[in-house]
Write a protein that binds this ligand. Sequence first.
Ligand code: GCO
Ligand code: MN
Length: 388
Amino acid sequence: MAKKISVSRADKFAFGVWCVMNRGRDPFGPETRPALSGIEAIRGLGERGVYGFEYHDDDLWPLGAGPAQKRKAIARARQAMKATGIRCTAATTNLFSHPVFKDGAFTSHDARVRAYAVQKAMANIDVAAELGAEVYIFWGGREGTDVDIGKDPIEALKRFRECLNFLCEHVLAQRHPMVFSIEPKPNEPRSDTYLATAGHALALIATLDHPDMVGVNPEWAHIKMAGLNPLHEFAQVLEAGKLVDIHLNAQKPLRYDQDMSFGADNPKEALLVVKLLTDYAYSGAKTFDAHPFRTEADPWDFVERCMRAYKALELKVDQVNSDARLLAMLEELVGADPDGWDAVLASYSKRNAGKLRGAKFNPDKLAQRRLRYEQIDQRLTEILLGVE
Ligand code: GCO
Ligand code: MN
């Protein structure tokens, strides 16, 4: 019998408030849904049993708001959090909407724009800490180029690094219990964005003054836009100990940023990412960064759908992880290590090197071992489709 899906706060699902505030506007047509304020978004998510929310500064108070207006917005956010039990799991700075950022924020040529961007981030980092956010995201929306001769990429990376270093020091000086997270994306809105993939982000992090304070939140859609494999990207970040947040959604490869509901496009790939997060006990928030189709009247079916899709895939992961036939085939695939080479390869020593140098291998014979990938993949498909 099919298992019933029920979502609870223990699932640690989160949404960007901007996902439910999205009104369906696209480059070819205006809004199709009524406005929802940031506070209404927090409240609506909280009322639906969602564990957490992420926000941009500009989602909660308008750019240029005075101190009183800002304090009022923060107080109202706290009220909505208290009333519904929802937490603020992460926050970020809008460094992409205002025309001042049209040629980048941290990578702008103009030092005044960079200073303004760092000031804007600094101010919201303090609010985020007050709201209890433990992760602060940097998605370089406009950090890129349309005309490559116009911006030296070496200089741009240096500037990006300087701004992150500056803000890390701010967090340390304020003693905020917070880590940063870089969100990679290959393009859109710029033709090419710096820090295009998880690998780019990890490489930059290693050069920061406080690499331990900075992780990565890979986003499914951004990975597919780059034509890459979400499982491999998530795994690379996880293996590096840097998976501090995730952005889940769906996306057809190599297209504009579609931000579809999680599971909407490729359930097999989605299953494998849920399996990764389950098997390796990812404990951060499972954040959805997507938006309803433009045809939707309100965002709530979309919210429900993302969480149900994750839970449904989690049930499939249980099935996959206990399917005797599949497990036997996977075990056979990995095979045995009768000669103890695993231990030899695990660490270099004179003795191990000597052993390896003197060993006799028969590559033709080794190549004959049967690898049942067709059957394995088909078994996975059948579990996913629920057939025996
Ligand atoms: C996008 C990004 C954004 C970011 C958000 C928080 O492609 O629009 O995914 O939604 O996630 O700005 O960093
Ligand atoms: Mn995102």
